[in-house]
Design a protein around this ligand. Structure first.
Ligand SMILES: [Mg+2]
Length: 350
């Protein structure tokens, strides 16, 4: 068969400014990728590049032609393993760009087989945990209002961004308006190891599930220091990028937080899940602020996860792509009536 590919770049405004310890964003740049087989359906994927991992919309746009040339050269979209390996050999880094193509191919292959992606993988949709919804950093009053809005929308699991000099006040405020939600916090590398241990001691009284990335990824010994003394479980995010990181973090955290935009593809993500399990870690899949065109693919991994943090599309003001239904944050794979990832881009025409 012959494959045709197309790329479309869009800037998507967020519903609220999204603050984390490193800064605040108000929009996200997404590159939609379509792979069209002349004898059937179109696969849809998307890249949501993160500058923290060295990518921008420009770098993604720059390498996509080389990646799509690999796809066209292999010619058979079902050769997912070969294509992902050759893409990794072609552009070593650029994980969001490779992920966009990986998603589009998995979508295309599952559509050709006329099954949702989770069925192609042999997973039970009822095993998917609910997604958390993230409350970004802001002034206390705004964070309180956002929390009330999230509870009103039915989310029962909230993630709160920390990494400030008022972290305890923030969590106390959130707990005061959301006493019953499952709650965890993400410091995004902002604490020193000793500060982290002391803060976590205080935070433990607020019934938190775990603490994400307390210290910088560049300080693996610091992560171990915190893990060995922490009153709460520890999740690794910035310290957990690709498969090779799993053995490195295994003795210094409880939970591996993988993301498609960090690891470079759905097959790499599945290998990370297997490796994390082999090392006795719990597994979480997170995301960037991104469209359903990529979030939908991550949702199909959800039956393999302990924790899903897949609110990327929920944080957008208006996502041009539809995806897996998420009523009240429940990842309703069973309610998906379309094959593939279920992602549909408006005006996509397929
Ligand atoms: Mg994080």
């Amino acid at each position: 068969m012959s494959l045709e590919t197309a790329v479309e770049r869009r800037s998507l405004p967020l519903e609220f400014p999204f603050g984390i310890a490193r800064g605040t964003t108000t929009e996200t740049e997404v590159l939609f990728v379509r792979i069209d087989a002349d004898d059937g359906p179109t696969g849809l994927g998307a890249a949501a590049p993160a500058t923290h991992y060295g990518e921008t919309a420009d770098t993604v746009a720059a390498v996509l032609p080389d990646l799509l040339a690999v796809v066209e050269d292999v010619g058979d979209p079902h050769q997912l393993e070969r294509i992902e390996r050759r893409m990794r050999d072609t552009v070593r880094r650029n994980p969001a760009a490779r992920t966009a193509v990986s998603i589009a191919l998995h979508d295309l292959v599952a559509k050709r087989l006329e099954v949702p992606l989770y069925r192609y993988w042999g997973l039970d949709p009822d095993d998917a945990p609910a997604t958390s919804y993230t409350i970004g950093l802001d002034d206390l009053e705004t964070m309180r209002e956002k929390t009330e809005t999230a509870v009103d929308r039915g989310y029962d699991t909230l993630k709160v961004k920390l990494g400030t000099d008022r972290d305890l006040e923030i969590v106390r405020t959130i707990r005061s308006v959301a006493p019953d939600v499952r709650l965890f916090v993400d410091a995004n590398e902002a604490w020193t190891p000793r500060e982290a241990v002391a803060k976590i001691d205080r935070l433990a009284e607020f019934d938190l599930m775990f603490v994400e990335q307390p210290v910088p990824a560049e300080d693996p010994e610091g992560l171990r220091f915190v893990f060995e003394r922490s009153a709460l479980p520890i999740a690794a995010d910035e310290s957990c990028i690709t498969l090779a990181d799993i053995p490195r973090i295994a003795d210094r955290c409880d939970i591996a937080n993988l993301k498609l935009m960090k690891c470079g593809g759905l097959r790499e993500a599945r290998r990370m899940i297997s490796a994390a399990r082999a090392h006795g870690l719990d597994v979480m899949c997170g995301c960037m602020t991104e469209s359903n065109a990529s979030i939908a693919a991550a949702c199909h991994l959800a039956p393999l996860l302990d924790y899903a943090d897949l609110d990327g599309s929920l944080l957008l003001a208006d996502d041009p792509a539809d995806g897996v239904p998420m009523p009240d944050g429940r990842i309703d794979l069973g309610g998906l009536e379309r094959p593939g990832t279920g992602a549909v881009l408006e005006s996509a025409g397929d």
